[in-house]
Design a protein around this ligand. Structure first.
Ligand code: NAD
Length: 415
């Protein structure tokens, strides 16, 4: 009941809670929108501190997916599944059960990798559903690599816009995407500072790419000119912003901003923020083009992330508004256009992945969480309308060259 009350008022089309006693599987599927096509989004596994934290993550991530696919002009909507990790989770069997649950959704939700999910997990999911990306398929390729490539396209535009000639990039998190990004940056002549709670990963980046290792706390204050968050969300906040040395923030992590207002503060300080769902769309672009549009090659589409980043920067400068607000407004408008165009199409994946599905029905209990009409004073307020901030745009960055830091800070060797 608590959860039902807490989430009421969000704009999601479907929110499902799933649970399987035998395997310890517990999680949520949030489908933000099916208006423009099937909902696509990865599955994330994390040791959430509560059911509510997991649900909140699914709600925010699925909304971000809708914005991501809208901005990338893909014929789909946003969804996200989260699974609560805990010592009693029988991982292999739980992932199979999760696959059966996805299969039951009948192509309305198509999933793939996200934080905490391994290639081995996805093999189990694919064993019981057709609606999961198969990264072992050479034609599809490694989605995390496509994501990292897209982040690089966004970052190189940010580097040019801020006239950073000797990039030093601080990477937080060297998982599936972060490690690929580290290699790409190294190949493109960037120096690296890295942190991961898994020290082995940090050591591998030091050995392979000459990265300097710092602790997971020090990464926020590292001497760098670009901060690349590639772990979890919410890391750019009122607490961390004053500690950052970077002039650019561009990484793969979803929901990087703790609150929308943090994007306003970055703008005020002249720190160029690459909106997360713009920069990290490479994987979903490849997945959607492969499964929904039968495209053989998505390199040109992923490269268009650079063009979108450039557009957002130009609008941000012209309107003196944060890149986060500009991207939200663009995504919202494209989503509405796309939903109006294809709204009549049945929202089911046209070309599911080829996988052997087991005929057995899932043991899983699925609970539909009712979504009552918005009521005043909700605990989790819906995000403010995009494209039209409640307050007048702040004239906080008036005149002069934008995206140059104005605040006093330690001099770095790369300036
Ligand atoms: P992953 O689980 O493979 O990697 C995350 C890494 O971050 C791990 O190595 C983990 O040890 C590390 N980490 C966790 N907490 C940390 C902390 N406090 N400090 C430093 N390191 C920490 O996940 P991933 O698939 O690489 O995804 C990373 C981020 O990118 C997530 O936010 C995900 O939602 C987002 N993303 C991923 C993809 C994709 O294709 N995999 C696509 C779009 C967005």
């Amino acid at each position: 009941m608590t959860i039902v009350r807490e989430i009421s008022g969000q704009e999601h089309e479907h929110v499902l809670a799933f649970r399987d006693e035998a395997t310890g599987l517990t999680g949520f599927l949030a489908i933000h929108s099916l208006k423009a096509g099937p909902a696509v989004g990865g599955v994330r596994i994390q040791p959430y501190r509560s059911d509510l934290a997991a649900l909140t993550d699914a709600l925010r991530l699925s909304r971000g997916m809708t914005y991501k696919v809208a901005l990338a002009e893909l014929p789909c909507g946003g969804g996200k599944a989260v699974i609560i990790d805990h010592p009693g989770l029988k991982r292999e069997a739980a992932m199979q059960e999760f696959g059966r649950f996805v299969e039951q959704c009948g192509g309305r939700f198509f999933t793939g990798p996200d934080a905490g999910v391994t290639a081995a997990d996805l093999v189990q999911v694919r064993g019981t559903t057709k609606y999961c990306a198969d990264e072992t398929s050479p034609e599809l390729g490694d989605l995390s690599l496509h994501t990292a490539t897209g982040v690089w396209h966004a970052m190189r535009v940010c580097l040019a816009a801020t006239k950073i000639e000797e990039p030093v990039v601080a990477i937080q998190g060297l998982g599936s995407v972060g490690m690929h990004l580290a290699r790409i940056l190294h190949e493109n002549g960037c120096d690296l500072v890295v942190a991961d709670i898994d020290r082995k990963r940090a050591r591998a980046a030091a050995k392979d790419f000459g990265a300097e290792i710092v602790s997971t706390d020090e990464i926020f204050t590292a001497i760098c000119n670009v901060f690349a968050p590639c772990a979890l969300g919410g890391v750019i906040s009122a607490e961390t912003i004053p500690t950052l040395k970077a002039r650019v923030i561009c990484g793969s992590a979803n929901n990087v901003l703790n609150k929308p207002e943090d994007g306003d503060e970055l703008h005020r300080l002249g720190i160029l923020y690459a909106p997360d769902y713009l920069a990290n769309a490479g994987g979903v672009i490849r997945g959607a083009e492969f499964y929904l549009q039968d495209r053989k090659d998505s390199r040109a589409s992923i490269e268009r992330i650079a063009h979108r980043m450039q557009t957002v920067i130009e609008l941000s400068i012209a309107q003196d508004r944060p890149t986060s607000r500009i991207a939200d407004a663009l995504a919202e408008s494209l989503w509405k256009q796309s939903a109006a165009r294809v709204g009549a199409t049945p929202p089911v994946v046209a070309k599911p992945a080829e996988a052997g599905t087991t005929p057995r029905q899932p043991n899983i209990q699925v609970g539909v969480i009712p979504m009552p009409a918005p009521a005043p004073n909700q605990a989790i307020a819906p995000a403010p309308p995009h494209g039209a901030t409640r307050n007048k745009p702040r004239r906080s960055n008036p005149g002069g060259v934008r995206h140059k830091r104005r605040r006093r800070r330690t001099r770095t060797p790369v300036e």
